[in-house]
Design a protein around this ligand. Structure first.
Ligand code: ZN
Length: 192
């Protein structure tokens, strides 16, 4: 089932989300619905708070990004290893490397894209969909998407990193998104 995506301004997007246990009600269905919702909106990552669930769960599929790499991207990210992966109860161990800019967007903040600085690498401890414990390191665009989704389960958004001037410039657009005054081809859940 395709779920509505929570729009900017909704308080669930600011919750520091909680770990879950294996018996979290309807978990398998929720994960399936999140994949369906992600692909329906042409996203590359989706976090549970974006479907109104304040839990530490997100899904990432960076294969589409890598398939659409142009020559420049191939040069920039020669060792890119795309993933399709469910992350449950993810916790950051380290985040290292040089800060680099990448143009980010968010399904909860449609029609706004901005360059965001983040470090090169992230190492995470998490559970996969079978609740198998993993510890893994990610690089490149895949690390970037993971960091963006990881921020969601900590209640953070990519626009939090923008300099004050940029923030002022998008203020009106953000308030329009909160009121549903933005045209998207997926269903959104607006703040009350
Ligand atoms: Zn996002």
């Amino acid at each position: 089932m395709i779920l509505p995506i929570v729009a900017y301004g909704h308080p669930v997007l600011r919750v520091d989300c909680e770990d879950i246990t294996k018996d979290y009600p309807g978990l398998e269905t929720l994960i399936g619905d999140m994949w369906e919702t992600l692909y329906n909106s042409n996203g590359v990552g989706l976090a549970a708070p974006q479907v109104n669930k304040p839990i530490r769960l997100f899904v990432v599929d960076t294969f589409q990004i890598v398939e659409n790499f142009d020559e420049e991207d191939k040069r920039l990210y020669p060792n890119e290893k795309p993933i399709k992966q469910v992350f449950i109860n993810a916790h950051r161990i380290t985040s290292n490397g040089e800060m680099w800019a990448y143009n980010e967007g968010c399904l909860s903040i449609p029609k706004i894209r901005e360059d965001v600085l983040r470090p090169e690498q992230i190492r995470l401890r998490y559970l996969d969909e079978n609740f198998q414990e993993k510890e893994e390191e990610f690089y490149g665009v895949t690390a970037r998407v993971i960091m963006h989704e990881y921020d969601h389960i900590d209640g953070k958004l990519f626009i939090d990193y923008l300099p004050p001037l940029k923030k002022r410039l998008i203020k009106k657009k953000l308030s329009d998104i909160s009121k549903g005054k933005v045209k998207v081809d997926y269903r959104m859940l607006l703040p009350k």
